[in-house]
Design a protein around this ligand. Structure first.
Ligand SMILES: Nc1ncnc2c1ncn2[C@@H]1O[C@H](COP(=O)(O)OP(=O)(O)O)[C@@H](O)[C@H]1O
Ligand SMILES: [Mg+2]
Length: 256
């Protein structure tokens, strides 16, 4: 995508949006005091023979709905591990994780996957686009988990492609895109179904700085509309968009 002065995403909920009320889902109301995520004494380790290597140690965190959080820290500190745990992809850990009062630590894999589909959009550090599906089809997947009519799904995907300046790429497969383009599709996929929570692992790592700034502006706008955002970032400028920084070092929370 060429850097452009045009904004790459305008929410369908914006009053001046050309798609206006075409999308029937109401915006999430901001309830700043609702605890969305509570982690209690969460730990994760790997075992190599008799040796236990801890990757997360005694993690206690509360995250309220409507927050915009940056997770920062040195490489290997456990940032991606924590984000995947929050994203319910991982079950090999101990402690308690409560999501909107639901005990994730007691849930089976299937119920966790249902919650993930319902509430979470995830931008993977390595994108994880589905190679056998086109850009269009990749963007349609999160919508297919929602109870949305086909015509409306089409309109949301087309609108999203347009906002990301990727209409011309819609029939291409991920391996026909540059790394930066794949990252944009991964971001578009994470937000296309308007999830309550977006988890993003270094989401601008492969973008030009101007594109990275546009993505941060997009996250800011989504956050203002009530979306909770947790991003892993090395970039101080990106971190300035968040309202709180959680610093991780050697698996421990160093600053919260
Ligand atoms: N399968 C594994 N076995 C042992 N250690 C692992 C495994 N996977 C990840 N780790 C270790 O976990 C630590 C945290 O990794 P990660 O969460 O990816 O760090 P970050 O995202 O902060 O760079 C690293 O030290 C990494 O080597
Ligand atoms: Mg990482």
């Amino acid at each position: 995508m060429a850097a452009s002065s045009r904004k790459i995403w305008k929410s369908p909920y914006d009053p001046d949006s050309i798609v206006g009320s075409g999308h029937a889902r109401p915006p999430t109301l901001k309830e700043p005091n609702t605890v969305m995520i509570a982690l209690r004494n969460v730990e994760k380790f790997f075992e190599h023979g008799p040796t236990k290597t801890f990757v997360l140690r005694r993690i206690n965190v509360d995250i309220k709905e409507g927050e915009f959080i940056s997770i920062m820290g040195p490489s290997g500190a456990g940032k991606s591990t924590l984000l995947h745990l929050l994203g319910m992809h991982d079950s090999a850990w101990t402690g308690e994780y409560t999501f909107f009062d639901q005990p994730i630590h007691k849930m089976n894999k299937k119920d966790r996957a249902e919650l993930y589909k319902k509430y979470i959009g995830f931008v993977f550090q390595s994108y994880h686009l589905l190679d056998s599906l086109t850009v269009y089809e990749n963007l349609d997947i999160p919508l297919s988990y929602r109870n949305i009519k086909k015509a409306e799904r089409q309109s949301i995907v087309c609108d999203t492609l347009d906002r990301f300046n990727m209409v011309g790429k819609k029939d291409l497969f991920p391996n026909q895109l540059s790394g930066g383009q794949q990252q944009l599709v991964a971001i578009a996929r994470a937000m296309v179904a308007s999830p309550k929570l977006i988890l993003a692992d270094e989401p601008t790592g492969n973008l030009h700085s101007s594109q990275g700034k546009e993505i941060m502006e997009l996250f800011k706008r989504l956050n203002e509309q009530g979306t909770t955002i947790i991003q892993v970032t090395h970039n101080e400028k990106n971190a300035e968009y968040s309202n709180r920084v959680i610093q991780i070092e050697d698996g421990w929370i160093a600053k919260n």
